[in-house]
Design a protein. Structure first.
Length: 176
C-alpha cells in the first residue's frame, strides 16, 4: 500500500473547515473538562468546553481512494504548523460542521488552539492526552444545545479537518 505525505502547494487554500465527527481519522477522541472535579467528564453543563487534537504528526491515516487506490496519508509537523496558520489566515474560527456535512453548524467556535512543543510540559498532557510533539490541539465552546447533547451521547467524539491538499508519495522503509 502506498503512503503519501499531504502537502499544500502555494496556490492551494489549505485548511478551510473543522468538523466535529463521530470517528476521527486520527483515532484520538475529544475530552470535556470539568474544572471543579479535575476530571474529563461531562458534568459541567455551564462551560460546555471540549478539547481535542485536530492533527497528529506522522500518524498514518487510511484513505480508500488516493490517486485511484487505497493508501495511507500523513501530515508532517511542518505541514501541521502551516495548517494552523491557515486556520487564522482563512478566518475559520466559527466555520464548523458535523460529520463533514455541507451546512455549517451555528453555536460552535474555536477559542483556543496550539501546537504541542514539549509533551510532558504541555497543557494537553495535563488534561490527560498522550499526543506527540507537533500535534495541533484545539479547544471549542459549544453553545448549541443539540450539538452538546450529541457530544454527551457519544455521537461526536473528535475533530477532523477539511483542507485542500496534495498527496506526495513517499517510500517507506520496510523492516523485517
Amino acid at each position: 500500500m502506498k503512503t503519501y505525505r499531504l502537502t499544500k502547494p502555494s496556490d492551494y487554500k489549505g485548511l478551510f473547515k473543522v468538523s466535529l465527527v463521530k470517528d476521527p481519522a486520527i483515532e484520538v477522541n475529544l475530552m470535556a473538562f470539568d474544572e471543579e472535579k479535575e476530571e474529563f467528564i461531562f458534568k459541567d453543563e455551564e462551560r460546555r468546553i471540549i478539547y481535542a487534537p485536530a492533527l497528529v504528526p506522522n500518524k498514518r491515516i487510511f484513505r480508500k481512494d488516493i490517486n485511484g487506490e487505497p493508501a495511507k496519508v500523513f501530515f508532517d509537523a511542518e505541514m501541521i504548523e502551516e495548517l494552523q496558520i491557515d486556520f487564522s489566515r482563512n478566518k475559520i474560527v466559527e466555520t464548523v460542521n458535523l460529520n463533514h456535512e455541507i451546512e455549517d453548524t451555528e453555536g460552535v467556535f474555536c477559542f483556543e488552539n496550539w501546537i504541542v512543543l514539549n509533551k510532558e510540559a504541555d497543557k494537553s498532557f495535563v488534561m490527560g492526552f498522550d499526543v506527540p510533539v507537533g500535534t495541533l490541539m484545539k479547544g471549542y465552546k459549544i453553545d448549541n444545545d443539540a450539538v452538546w447533547n450529541e457530544i454527551k451521547l457519544g455521537n461526536l467524539k473528535g475533530l477532523s479537518i477539511e483542507a485542500q491538499l496534495f498527496p506526495e508519495e513517499v517510500k517507506e522503509q520496510v523492516t523485517l
